[in-house]
Design a protein around this ligand. Structure first.
Ligand code: VLP
Length: 134
């Protein structure tokens, strides 16, 4: 059975998010707020087509992609930098490479039990977020 990311996922904890945001150049005030958020993710998956909606009391972010197909990403409400992004499977993980101004930028999602993991990378920083199935 292939992995099924479908569902509503509620924030549990994060590590090193401050350093990731610093690497992305997020300003002080925004970082202070962002560090307090407990975002929710709603993932919709149909075969290799995905949408990921991340919502919080402060900002929301929506992204849609098909595995292996490059797309233009605007990161609106995040750092607002444009990227050319592509998501591929790495066994049971989905790996996004975000090509743009920032070196080594991307993220990886995978599932362990009833937890969804997200690893966010930018330059030399890696932040990990954990979500639980709602
Ligand atoms: C910006 C950097 C916080 C911090 C300020 C705004 C949207 C994979 C992927 C979806 C992400 C997570 C975004 C983290 C960037 C923080 C607003 C937080 C809520 O998730 O699920 O493409 O990129």
């Amino acid at each position: 059975m292939p992995v099924d990311f479908n569902g509503t996922w509620n924030f549990v904890r994060s590590e090193n998010f401050e350093s990731y945001m610093l690497a992305l150049g997020i300003d002080f005030a925004t970082r202070k707020i962002a560090n307090l958020l407990k975002p929710q993710k709603v993932i919709k998956q149909e075969g290799d087509s995905f949408s990921i909606s991340t919502t919080s009391t402060f900002r929301n972010y929506f992204v849609q992609f098909k595995i292996g197909e490059e797309f233009d990403e605007d990161n609106k409400g995040l750092d607002n930098r444009k990227c050319t992004s592509v998501v591929t499977w790495d066994n049971d993980k989905i790996v996004c490479v975000q090509n743009g101004e920032k070196r080594n930028r991307g993220w990886t999602h995978w599932i362990e039990g009833d937890e969804l993991y997200l690893e966010l990378c930018c330059e030399d920083q890696i932040s990990r977020q954990v979500f639980k199935r709602g």
